[in-house]
Design a protein around this ligand. Structure first.
Ligand code: CAA
Length: 258
């Protein structure tokens, strides 16, 4: 499909989606969010793809929702269109693992989009923030909820109330990102992680994603029961058999998604 605000490449088993509105620091407008939702749905449905990377430019992952697009809207416009509601849900419905590779600014909706992915690898020049308060609004695609779960109440309040930016080192220390790498190595690191995931059983990777995500949605005891049942269910797959046999025979497992 021809997109104008994103670039999609599929290489081996990895789909890379690059946000591409360089003149606006990849600000998220309706067209970009619609194209991103479509591209993610296609990657999720593409048999060949086993992992997805979402990235931006060297200067900005995304500097937030598009302020120019939003500035004239009324409450009625926002409410009736459920602004970014459908697109938020489309991103979170993707069942395959998504890695956010973040360089430069990840602000407002950009930080929220990165947090919707399954983990974040940050370049050492990355800057995260929820500066919506400076515009007289609150975060709108999960920032108050997800950032609080990632970094705790005190730091989330600090970020949302002051609108300050957090550098990559602080983001890693706080649990927002999984690793920080030199900016030049960002894509190589993200691709290596995606290829590593692509070697696993696709079913098991999807089960891991569903199980970890239960931790955000339910109580500890329900989450642990969900995980245990998922663990039990894996014993109905050939990939469990292959994984364990390969270990015992001291060879690399050849998973077949069965
Ligand atoms: N929306 C629309 N355009 C944006 C944008 C945004 N969020 N962020 C940057 N741009 C545009 C600028 O308007 C500018 O365009 P022009 O050249 O046409 O004027 C271009 O991108 C480059 O930006 P700057 O000149 O400002 O670049 P800078 O290097 O001086 O500053 C920055 C970079 C600190 C990221 C600054 O651009 C900035 O503060 N951007 C806004 C960040 C923000 O407030 N994000 C939250 C948006 S609201 C939101 O996201 C709500 C939600 O939760 C859903």
């Amino acid at each position: 499909m021809a997109y104008e605000t994103i670039i999609v490449e599929v290489e081996d088993h990895v789909a890379t989606i690059k946000l591409n509105r360089p003149d606006a620091l990849n600000a998220l407008n309706s067209q970009l969010m619609r194209e991103l939702s479509d591209a993610l749905r296609d990657a999720d449905g593409n048999e060949k793809v086993r992992c997805i990377i979402l990235t931006g430019s060297a200067k900005a992952f995304a500097a937030g929702a598009d302020i120019k697009e939003m500035s004239d809207k009324s409450f009625v416009d926002m409410f009736l269109s459920d602004y970014f509601g459908k697109e938020h849900d489309a991103v979170t419905r993707v069942r395959k693992p998504i890695i956010a590779a973040v360089a430069g600014y990840a602000l407002g909706g950009g930080c929220e989009l990165a947090m919707m992915c399954d983990f974040i690898i940050a370049a050492d020049n990355a800057k995260f923030g929820q500066p919506e308060i400076n515009l007289g609004v609150v975060a709108g695609i999960g920032g108050t909820q997800r950032l609080t779960r990632f970094v705790g109440k005190s730091k989330a309040m600090d970020m949302h109330l002051t609108g300050r930016f957090m550098d990559a080192e602080e983001a890693e220390r706080s649990g927002l990102v999984s690793r920080v790498v030199p900016a030049k190595q960002l894509m190589a690191e993200a691709e290596a992680a995606a290829n590593k995931i692509a070697e696993k059983s696709r079913m098991t990777a999807m089960a891991v994603k569903e199980s970890v995500n239960r931790a955000f949605e339910t109580t500890m005891s329900e989450g642990i029961l969900f995980e245990r049942r998922m663990f039990h269910a894996m014993f109905a797959t050939e990939d469990q058999n292959e994984g364990m046999e390969a270990f015992l025979e001291k060879r690399t497992a050849q998973f077949r998604d069965k």
